[in-house]
Design a protein. Structure first.
Lengths: 90, 118
């Protein structure tokens, strides 16, 4: 199980780094929102891997809460996104 | 080969597959050219990866109470992700982020023009 734990952790870390590159590059707020949403799901996956490897259910409520918070964040930013004055492409 | 060992092996495979799908989603997010394509990469493989990981957690914990909670988390994801992607897509269309020339069909533009609040 420990090899599985380390390789999934490595895969998730690589994924998180790639997503952070997209967050940094943009080029607009909505691109960053999509990337942050993916980052939240990666964090939830990380908690899940940890719970599965160490065989405890302590973090399971955190999974539910984090994914709901990610949803609310994404929807509120998307709802109030204006035509983008910080767009790096222009 | 008892039942617990099989469940552990399946859980390990599912964990790896889930993490790999997360990585694929991230690669797609980085490499796809525009927002709609990136949303596609961000929404679908990501959710499947998370569901696989949740199944793996259930196979490791093997208690009915925890599996119920995992079911709630998975169903919530299945409801949440399409709604969030829809909101982002709507917002992208209305703030002019979507290149309308790239679309093969665009059934939304008459409705948006008619509503007149763009």
């Amino acid at each position: 199980m420990s090899a599985v734990a380390w390789s999934s952790a490595a895969l998730l870390t690589a994924a998180a780094i790639l997503v952070l590159v997209r967050v940094a590059r943009g080029p607009s707020v909505l691109n960053r929102v999509v990337a942050m949403e993916v980052l939240v799901v990666i964090v939830v996956s990380g908690f899940g891997v940890e719970a599965a490897v160490n065989r405890h259910a302590t973090t399971l409520p955190i999974l539910a809460v984090v994914s709901l918070v990610g949803f609310v964040g994404a929807v509120s930013v998307a709802r109030f996104a204006a035509p983008d004055e910080w767009d790096d492409r222009t | 080969m008892n039942w617990h060992l099989i469940a552990d092996v399946v859980a390990g495979v599912l964990l790896l597959a889930g993490a790999l799908l997360s990585l694929l989603a991230a690669v797609g997010l980085l490499r796809f050219p525009d927002l709609l394509a990136r949303m596609h990469a961000g929404a679908k493989p990501q959710v499947l990866g998370l569901l696989l990981i949740l199944v793996a957690v259930g196979l490791r914990l093997r208690s009915l109470h925890d599996i119920g909670l995992l079911l709630v988390i998975g169903l919530a994801q299945l409801l949440i992700v399409p709604v969030a992607a829809h909101m982002v897509g709507r917002s992208a269309y209305r703030t002019g982020e979507v290149e309308r020339d790239d679309l093969l069909t665009d059934e939304l533009s008459p409705a948006v023009d008619e509503s007149g609040d763009d």
